[in-house]
Write a protein that binds this ligand. Structure first.
Ligand code: 13P
Length: 335
C-alpha cells in the first residue's frame, strides 16, 4: 500500500528529536489495580484527575511526542472543562488511542492468548479519528514456556496485528504494532531473542501480506531481556547488544521508529537500557525511543497518592523521568 499522505509525517513527528510516547491506556480494570494498590479509590473522576495530572505536566512537551489513551479517557474533560484530547493537542502532543479489545484465551492453544477487537474496528477508528486521535495501538501477547509460544499463537496474533494496521492506515491513523513477549518466567536472554525474532518475522510477513505501509507505522516491541525469574543478573550492555542485533535482523529500515514497551522493568533500568541501545555503534536506520507505561508513571503515581497537594511532586517525578527517557532516546543519558 502506498503511504497515505500524512501517516509517515505523523509517525515521525511523535518520535522527533528524542521524543517518545506516554502509554496511559491502561484499561479501567488495570488502572484500578494500580490505584487501589496505593490506597487510591478508583472512580471515573479519580482516573480523570490522574490522567489530567500527567497530560498537563509543565515542561514535558520536548520529551513526550504522543500519549496513548483508552476509551474512557478520550471522552473525558479536564477539571476546567477542556476535553483531555484537546488539552494534549493544544500542547502539541499527538493523541493516540488503544483500540484492541484485550487478550482472550486462544482456542486449541492452552495457556496462550489472542488479542481480539477486529469486529467493528473500522467504525470505531472513524469515531476515534473524529474525537481527535491520530494514532492507535494494538497489543498482542506471547509467553515463553516449554514449547511456547506455539506457531498457532504467533500466526493468529501476527495476522490480527496486520489486519488492524491496514485498517488504521485506511482510516488515516498511524498504527502502533505491539507484539509483546512477556518477561514472566525464568528464561534466559537467548530464549527471549529467539522467540522475539520469530514473532517479529511473522508480524512483518503478515504486514507485507496485508499491504500495510511500513513507512506509516511504529513498532512497539519488548527489549531482549531475561525473564524476571532468571537466576543471573544480565548486564545492561548485554541487553542492548542483543536488542539491536535482533532489530537489525528483523525490522526493515522503512519503519520510521521503534518505541519500546517497558514490560515491568523498573524506571531507571528502562532508561539505562534505552540509552545503551542508542549509544551502540552500528547501523540504526530507525529512531529508537520509548512508549513506556509503568516505567514512566510509577514514580509519579507513588508521589501523588491521590492527594491534590501532591500534584506538583507527582508532576516533577513524571517530568524528570520523561526527561531521562528522552535523553536515553538520543543516547545522551547519564545518571
Ligand atoms: P509498559 O511500559 O508498562 O509495559 O506498558 C506499555 C504498554 O503500552 C503495554 O501495552
Amino acid at each position: 500500500m502506498p503511504t497515505r499522505p500524512g501517516l509517515g509525517e505523523t509517525a515521525r513527528a511523535i518520535i522527533a528529536d528524542g521524543m517518545g510516547i506516554l502509554a496511559a491506556d491502561e484499561t479501567v480494570s488495570t488502572i484500578t489495580k494500580r490505584l487501589t494498590a496505593r490506597a487510591i479509590e478508583s472512580t471515573a473522576d479519580s482516573r480523570r484527575a490522574y490522567r489530567e495530572l500527567l497530560f498537563s505536566t509543565p515542561g514535558i512537551t520536548g520529551f513526550i511526542g504522543g500519549v496513548i489513551m483508552q476509551d474512557e479517557t478520550i471522552r473525558q474533560h479536564s477539571a476546567a472543562g477542556i476535553p483531555l484530547v484537546k488539552l494534549l493537542a493544544d500542547r502539541g502532543i499527538i493523541p493516540g488511542i488503544k483500540v484492541d479489545a484485550g487478550v482472550h484465551p486462544l482456542a486449541g492453544a492452552p495457556g496462550e492468548s489472542v488479542t481480539e477487537g477486529l469486529d467493528g474496528l473500522r467504525e470505531r477508528l472513524e469515531e476515534y479519528r473524529e474525537l481527535g486521535a491520530r494514532f492507535a495501538k494494538w497489543r498482542a501477547v506471547f509467553v515463553i514456556r516449554a514449547g511456547l509460544p506455539s506457531a498457532a499463537c504467533i500466526h493468529a496474533n501476527a495476522h490480527a496485528l496486520a489486519r488492524y494496521a491496514a485498517l488504521c492506515q485506511e482510516q488515516g491513523l498511524v498504527p502502533i504494532v505491539e507484539p509483546e513477549v512477556l518477561m514472566e518466567g525464568a528464561h534466559a536472554l537467548e530464549q527471549c531473542e529467539d522467540v522475539t525474532g520469530r514473532v517479529l518475522q511473522a508480524v512483518f510477513n503478515e504486514l507485507f501480506a496485508a499491504g500495510a505501509s511500513l513507512e506509516g507505522m511504529l513498532l512497539k516491541p519488548n527489549m531482549v531481556t531475561a525473564g524476571h525469574g532468571f537466576a543471573r543478573h544480565v548486564p545492561v550492555a548485554e541487553v542492548a547488544e542483543a536488542t539491536l542485533r535482533l532489530l537489525t535482523r528483523h525490522v526493515p529500515p522503512a519503519v520510521p521508529g521503534i518505541v519500546f514497551l517497558s514490560g515491568g522493568q523498573d524506571a531507571v533500568l528502562a532508561t539505562e537500557h534505552l540509552n545503551a541501545i542508542n549509544a551502540l555503534e552500528g547501523p540504526k536506520p530507525w529512531a529508537l525511543s520509548f512508549s513506556y507505561g509503568r516505567a514512566l508513571q510509577d514514580e509519579a503515581l507513588e508521589a501523588w497518592r491521590g492527594q491534590s497537594a501532591q500534584v506538583p511532586a507527582a508532576q516533577q517525578a513524571f517530568r524528570h523521568r520523561a526527561w531521562c527517557d528522552s535523553a536515553a532516546a538520543l543516547g545522551a543519558y547519564s545518571a
